[in-house]
Design a protein around this ligand. Structure first.
Ligand code: NDP
Length: 320
């Protein structure tokens, strides 16, 4: 077998493994949660950002199917109301509220509304995201927007939501939709600076300054045109870095929240939905939005939750 054959063989084996895992998950999903596992009720409030379409809409749909009250949010009111209507007409407990994750005024208005109407939040799903490039393109023309929506937007929401998370014996949950493209030690796509990677990998060392400093350095290099020699991830550079920042921030927040007393725990995790057929990928991809939403639902509802600051895919922990 020459090298090309070996690579094809490896790819085929990887595909077989993925397909097998997808089949396993679809079987597991058909088993309903039993009454003693079901810690949530119709009074459990789940907020989903960027839920007017794609994976976010599916997350809202599936959480509603499990009987929670879902706050479907969207930056565009008319579009969001339409999406919420689809679920409301299916008999689900879904309400709409406007929310733009990079607009502080919008976040403030949303938080006051959710506090006043529901007393707080049990589950926050940071799903809102943006990627300008499709396929193997690697333009950084919209790098600032990509970093802002994906990383700063998720950070804004986590900061705003923490004071609103309701005390709950099962623990409140924050789940961010991230990507394997943001892995620190991805084989083909990584930051080349070993020391920086090690710092970003060490949950005890990560700080907001370190993460912000990293993304800001990249954005400065985009402005002065030197980014191609900056040792940044090679594929989807701006997007990969934005998700790397989400992952690092997840670990940082999980560390900061560790000491909360029983009954007031908040578990913070992130996951990769796979390569999903949505507008973001030009409807290319290997999995449906329904499958892409699955790990978010699993992390949101997991009974006996103890896991925080971890990265998942297909209901399994994976390396950052
Ligand atoms: P879509 O482009 O279909 O959906 C993105 C959603 O984010 C839209 O609802 C969009 O709203 C919303 N959004 C964008 N900016 C903001 C903002 N400032 N405030 C609030 N909402 C905003 O993509 P997907 O469903 O595929 O992506 C969902 C998440 O999954 C993203 O975080 C993405 O990075 C992640 N992901 C997707 C993968 C894939 O293969 N599709 C792979 C890995 C991760 P609007 O309609 O107004 O633009």
């Amino acid at each position: 077998m020459d090298n090309t054959d070996k690579q094809i063989d490896k790819k085929e084996k990887a595909k077989e493994r993925r397909d097998k895992r997808r089949q396993e998950i679809s079987l597991i999903r058909s088993i309903p949660y039993s009454d003693h596992q079901r810690w949530w009720s119709a009074e459990t409030i789940a907020v989903v950002t960027g839920a007017n379409r794609g994976i976010g809409f599916e997350i809202a749909h599936q959480l509603a199917l499990h009987g929670l009250t879902v706050v479907l949010t969207s930056r565009d009111t008319a579009v969001g109301e339409e999406s919420a209507k689809v679920l409301q007409e299916g008999g689900f407990k879904v309400v709409f509220h406007q929310l733009d994750v990079i607009d502080q005024e919008s976040i403030r208005t949303f938080c006051s509304w959710v506090k006043e109407n529901y007393g707080g939040i049990d589950i926050l799903i940071n799903n809102a995201g943006f990627n300008h490039n499709i396929g193997s393109e690697n333009s950084v023309e919209f790098a600032e927007k990509v970093i802002n929506i994906n990383y700063i937007g998720a950070k804004n929401m986590i900061k705003a939501a923490i004071p609103l998370m309701k005390p709950n014996p099962a623990g409140a949950r924050i789940v961010s939709v991230s990507s394997r493209l943001g892995r620190l030690n991805g084989r083909k796509n990584r930051i080349s600076d070993d020391a920086l990677r090690q710092q970003l990998e060490d949950a005890d060392v990560i700080s907001e300054e370190l993460i912000d400093g990293t993304v800001n350095k990249f954005l400065e290099q985009v402005k002065d045109g030197s980014w191609t020699n900056g040792g940044w991830p090679q594929n989807n550079t701006d997007y990969s870095l934005s998700k790397l920042a989400v992952n690092a921030y997840t670990r940082l927040v999980a560390r900061e929240l560790t000491g909360r007393p029983e009954g007031e725990k908040i578990f913070v995790n992130c996951y990769c939905p796979g390569w999903v057929k949505t507008a973001m990928t030009g409807w290319a991809g290997q999995v449906t939005p329904e499958e892409g939403a699955d790990t978010a639902i699993w992390l949101s509802l997991l009974p006996d939750m103890r896991i925080s600051g971890k990265f998942f895919a297909e209901r399994r922990e994976i390396h950052f």
